[in-house]
Design a protein around this ligand. Structure first.
Ligand SMILES: [Zn+2]
Length: 112
């Protein structure tokens, strides 16, 4: 499954909307704040990203909160274990799958 990185700054209102969107769609991501993290600034420069929010999904870049593109590129969803409510990252491009919760060991079926 592809890793999702979101580049943000502290003052950007669209970054807040973007976080809400990813949460609502159960997408797991790592936030890198370019206001406080020089490494994030370097990564953004290397990817030629000049604005926020921007996203690195696998090795593809999305500039701005392009919801359709994000949903097309992301190949996982966060799913709650029906037993212990732990969040699992499951592929959403394989149809119905059998998952085992790493926390409580419960097996369950999940379909995107
Ligand atoms: Zn569980």
């Amino acid at each position: 499954m592809k890793k999702v990185i979101m580049y943000t700054t502290q003052t950007c209102p669209y970054c807040k909307s973007a976080k809400e969107f990813l949460k609502e769609k159960n997408i797991s991501y790592t936030e890198k704040n370019a206001s406080t993290d020089p490494q994030a600034q370097r990564e953004m420069a290397g990817l030629n990203l000049r604005g926020v929010p921007s996203f690195l999904i696998g090795d593809e870049v999305v500039i701005g909160l392009d919801k359709d593109k994000i949903l097309k590129l992301v190949d996982h969803r966060l799913v709650e274990c029906p037993n212990c409510n732990a969040k699992l990252r499951l592929p959403n491009n394989k149809g119905k799958i059998k998952a085992t919760c790493p926390k409580c060991g419960m097996g369950f079926e999940w379909k995107p």
